[in-house]
Design a protein around this ligand. Structure first.
Ligand SMILES: [Zn+2]
Length: 427
């Protein structure tokens, strides 16, 4: 290419970029309004309220942007199988901007929120309000603010006639707060994701790019003994004492998790080990009495997996430790299983996203692995897509007075837009 053409091309590109960023800065009010409108729809999960109303509102918003979108209803039979009831149907939205590019990036955000009882500054969790630069409301930080930022990025490109460097696919999904099986898990399994890379719009914020998260395994252990009068304990089987021996075995196992060979070294050089929380929930049976041999005991385990560990192997280890204690009939259930996932910081995707972050925030970007999980594993592990996490930086997430900074909403929208314009190439 002759020198002048290239010069024009670069100049033109930077003009387009500047227009996109100006558009977002100028439409801050719309960004706030969109976030507030999303917060007003009570999508508390469980049980999964107003999912239809939410996906309808998002569908209308996409249509307004001339962004082809479709709402997919999860078949009731599958909802029943997972939740035991189909009283609250599950819906997921997929939108796709086919820009005729060879590669596609899939952006995902969940629209469900956790319950929010308590004294909120603006009267309630679904009554959004602004105080200075802070936008209050349940979901403002996790993660309706990120949905609004993503939609604003798409709007800014469309409105200024800018072309994305890749096809943009978006999904707004249900149920992340309860594991995501019928949300992101479902769209990946159904083959509704047609992309080369994934960006989950949470898991890191500000100048950090999320390169993965720990895994988690929840187990529920139930021990069934035999009741007897406390004056003749030999006629009973003490479920509480049996639980105590199982717990001792698990404590021995837990100590081994600190071994150096179990350690995972993070991007910033910090090391982390797997963890085990024993008895986050525990209880006895209904017939418990001071003068009765306890016939029933149950307790929970929360085991966090670091990258490199696998669920199946970890579950085997735990079951072996439980079996090592001579115990009466013992039932072990696994209500939550999430594989850890990680993408190397040197990979083209986090590198490209970090360049977008740096361009917008004007500070060096770093990489992080979050200890809590997001839906990223569905895309990265089940879907096999290199994926990262990046969204708004919420405050008091899951708490009363959850909020997000308006400035952060704007910068996050600009970061998505910058990434869409730059693509994965180095320049
Ligand atoms: Zn979230």
């Amino acid at each position: 290419m002759p020198h002048n053409d290239q010069g024009d091309h670069v100049l033109n590109e930077s003009r387009v970029k500047a227009r996109v960023h100006q558009y977002i800065e100028k439409h801050q009010e719309q960004l706030i309004g969109c976030t507030q409108a999303l917060v007003r729809v009570d999508t508390v999960n469980p049980p999964g309220r107003n999912y239809r109303a939410m996906t309808d509102a998002l569908l209308a918003h996409c249509q307004g942007l001339d962004l082809p979108a479709k709402v997919h209803r999860v078949p009731d039979q599958q909802v029943r199988r997972v939740l035991g009831s189909d009283e609250f149907p599950r819906y997921n939205l997929i939108a796709r901007w086919d820009a005729g590019r060879p590669q596609t990036v899939h952006f995902n955000a969940h629209y469900d929120v956790v319950p929010g009882a308590g004294p909120w500054k603006f009267g309630g969790p679904f009554a959004p309000g602004l105080s200075g630069d802070a936008l209050y409301g349940r979901g403002s930080g996790d993660m309706k603010g990120a949905i609004a930022a993503l939609l604003m990025a798409v709007e800014a490109l469309k409105a200024t006639g800018a072309e994305p460097a890749f096809n943009v696919e978006c999904s707004f999904t249900a149920d992340e707060e309860t594991g995501g099986q019928l949300g992101s898990g479902w769209i990946v399994k159904e083959g509704l994701v047609n992309a080369d890379f994934a960006v989950v719009c949470e898991g890191a914020a500000g100048t950090q790019v999320g390169c993965g998260h720990n895994g988690v395994l929840w187990l529920e252990v139930e021990l069934t003994g035999k009741a007897a009068h406390a004056s003749s304990p030999e006629q009973g089987v003490n479920a509480f004492e049996a639980m105590a021996s199982v717990v001792q075995q698990l404590q021995a196992y837990k100590r081994k998790l600190n071994a150096p060979q179990r350690c995972y070294v993070d991007f910033d050089g910090r090391s982390r080990n797997p963890t085990l929380n024993i008895g986050g929930a525990f209880s006895g049976g209904e017939g418990d009495k001071i003068n009765t041999v306890p016939a029933y005991a149950r307790f929970s385990l929360d085991r966090r997996l670091v990258p490199g560990e696998q669920l199946a192997a970890v579950e085997r280890e735990l079951r072996r430790a439980i079996e090592r204690a001579a115990a009466p009939p013992c039932r072990v259930a696994a209500p939550l299983q999430i594989e850890p996932c990680v993408v190397a910081a040197e990979h083209a995707l986090p590198q490209a996203f970090a360049r977008a972050v740096q361009a917008v925030r004007r500070r060096a970007a770093g990489y992080r692995l979050s200890s809590g999980f997001t839906d990223l594993h569905y895309f990265a592990v089940d879907g096999g897509l290199p994926g990262i996490g990046y969204g708004v930086k919420g405050e008091r997430i899951h708490g009363v007075d959850e909020r997000v900074r308006v400035r952060d909403l704007v910068l996050t929208a600009r970061t998505y837009a910058e990434f869409m314009l730059r693509g994965l190439e180095v320049h």
